[in-house]
Design a protein around this ligand. Structure first.
Ligand SMILES: O=C[C@H](O)[C@H](O)[C@H](O)COP(=O)(O)O
Length: 227
């Protein structure tokens, strides 16, 4: 059972004619982009904004009209993956290196629909290393500061062994916490550190999470009406 594809295709049912759609990043979001592409071929009219160069390229391949950020007003619906989801629908994102654009797009979206398999739903966030986007200048100091929050910070590298750079030209530090006791507090603390651009905690941003199970069942978890 391809649970990523199952969740992604279910979420695309929420895409309607005329919408401005935010396209997420990662292997799960890629299934959603392909499904949207199929619907565009069948006559669906939407405009879209992408959260990474990778997703933009995939969308263009499927002839999904991509609008530059500067021309986008409000986004009706964003569909994106996640690395972990907790019972309050708080998330860890950024495993694919796109957290900053994803967070900007999510913040401009009326609805943020997260698509995931059952394996990513957890009681407490933190088993997945928290990605933190940092500026390259003095990143060694920023990494030292990250360690003071009780994690083991690891500067992300590419498969080739180079330092990984985000689409924004920054570095990513993967912070191994094992468990994050207070995600809301940590989110604010991290974003107060000079040198940190943003972190992969998405607090109260998801409107709903589509969870696909190996059994083929799909569950839609909805956030309290805060968005
Ligand atoms: O930066 C990447 C994104 O936050 C992804 O949505 C996240 O890492 C999940 O990716 P995947 O669907 O490939 O597991």
């Amino acid at each position: 059972m391809n649970i990523k594809k199952l969740a992604a295709e279910k979420a695309v049912d929420w895409v309607e004619d005329g919408m401005m759609v935010g396209l997420g990043t990662g292997s799960t979001a890629a299934y959603a982009i392909e499904k949207i592409g199929e619907r565009v071929k069948q006559g669906l009219h939407i405009r879209a904004v992408a959260t990474s160069v990778q997703s933009e390229n995939l969308a263009r391949k499927w002839s999904i009209p991509i609008i530059p950020f500067a021309e986008v007003g409000e986004i009706d619906l964003t569909i994106d993956g996640a690395d972990e989801v907790d019972p309050d629908l708080n998330l860890i994102k950024g495993g694919g290196g796109a957290l900053l654009r994803e967070k900007i797009v999510a913040a401009r979206s009326r609805q943020v629909m997260i698509i995931t398999g059952e394996n990513k739903v957890v009681q407490k966030l933190g088993a997945f290393p928290l990605p933190v986007e940092v500026v390259t200048f003095a990143h060694e100091w920023t990494i030292e500061k990250l360690a003071s929050f009780g994690c083991k910070p690891v500067l992300r590298q590419t498969k080739e062994g180079d330092v990984f750079k985000t689409d924004n030209g920054n570095y990513t530090v993967d912070c191994h916490f094992d468990v994050i006791e207070d995600a809301v507090r940590l989110h604010h603390q991290l974003n107060n550190v000079p040198g940190i651009v943003d972190n992969g905690l998405f607090i109260h941003m998801a409107s709903a999470v589509v969870v696909a199970y190996e059994s083929g069942i799909i569950e839609v978890l909805r956030a309290p009406s805060r968005r």
